[in-house]
Design a binder for this molecule. Sequence first.
Ligand SMILES: Nc1nc2c(ncn2[C@@H]2O[C@H](COP(=O)(O)OP(=O)(O)OP(=O)(O)O)[C@@H](O)[C@H]2O)c(=O)[nH]1
Ligand SMILES: [Mg+2]
Length: 198
Amino acid sequence: MNTPFQNAKFVGSFPSNEDLPLDEGSEIAFCGRSNCGKSSVLNALTNNKKLAKTSKTPGRTQAINVFEIGSETNLKIIDLPGYGYAKVSKKMRAEWGQEIEDYLMTRKSLKALCIIMDIRHPFKDDDLRLIDWCESKDLPMILLLNKADKLSKNKASQSVLKAAKYLSSLSTKHYVIATSATAKTGIISLTEKINELK
Ligand SMILES: Nc1nc2c(ncn2[C@@H]2O[C@H](COP(=O)(O)OP(=O)(O)OP(=O)(O)O)[C@@H](O)[C@H]2O)c(=O)[nH]1
Ligand SMILES: [Mg+2]
């Protein structure tokens, strides 16, 4: 499958906000619970299995990873470490939480959040907190119900409808898409939304 984001390049892995590339152009940040498939969706989106490291073990992504989507577009995708991963020490979790929070609070080029959830267990407390935060900042959101291949087509559509209904009271712009990084479904829609919001 060809995607418009095929020329994506890994810019770097930044443990701290201070070292991030210049705050310019547009950034879309991928967030979500550990293991929901953030890195896998990024790889599907760019048609490059080797771009972001994925793993069966939660907590694989442990820094702010920056990807450039074609140098001419000035669009970057930010793969943030997953939240809700218990095996990391409390201190480390607190520090990571702080780095993510600082990124979200201060980054001017951040145009939208892509909040990724497992379609079988969406809207956990941490997801809801991020959604509330976006609403409070009026920052657009793309909500992905990922791992849609784990459900029948019918069940997946029902989940999308349920999620859309659940979010209908939001005044901030938001989209709900069922995706599968493995079956590559919903990836074209995601591309369209990113292009719209960037
Ligand atoms: N069946 C299925 N498995 C998926 C899908 N997306 C990701 N996975 C699997 O889920 C596991 C976690 O994927 P990652 O992409 O590493 O998840 P992540 O959210 O980046 O995880 P952290 O970096 O640890 O926060 C891997 O074993 C993936 O192969 C999907 O759409 N369908
Ligand atoms: Mg990851």
